[in-house]
Ligand binder design. Sequence first.
Ligand code: SAM
Length: 150
Amino acid sequence: MIHKWIHYFDIYERLFEKFIGKEINILEIGVSHGGSLQMWKEYFGDKATIFGLDIDPLCKSFEEEQINIIIGDQGDRGFWKTIKPTLPKFDIIIDDGGHHMSQLKTTFQEMFPELSSHGVYFIEDLHTCYWEEYGGGLGKPDNFIEYSKK
Ligand SMILES: C[S@@+](CC[C@H](N)C(=O)[O-])C[C@H]1O[C@@H](n2cnc3c(N)ncnc32)[C@H](O)[C@@H]1O
């Protein structure tokens, strides 16, 4: 099962096509039912190494050949500091986790430096930047859209 808006697929294809068949490392934050990790495996081929990260320990069950599952909280800097030395540089990072402003920023600040020079950092569902319950709000200086402009 995959939990993605249909209009992301054309954009993904445009940005990710160059990685098909290559020896790449991908990190997707937010595993849910594991379907999108299966999709990356199928799309990028057998040289791709895929990492999924989720706060829900049940997601560990989606681990299989080429797919590694890490359990942890993307909003916790201490967690990133512990896990980063065990991880490779990534060609693709997709943040589709909790979508809260503090999580988006912590993850970006910790993981953008871990992207390879030709890499792509992709964040889904940025409409939460305009949702107060996610720490966002129109024109609010620390919503992730405003933050990323700086
Ligand atoms: C929208 S679902 C992910 C969907 C999946 N990427 C897909 O395309 O099928 C969001 C996931 O983020 C996880 N999540 C929520 N808060 C998190 C956090 N603080 N750290 C890590 N994962 C989190 C949830 O457990 C949930 O599985």
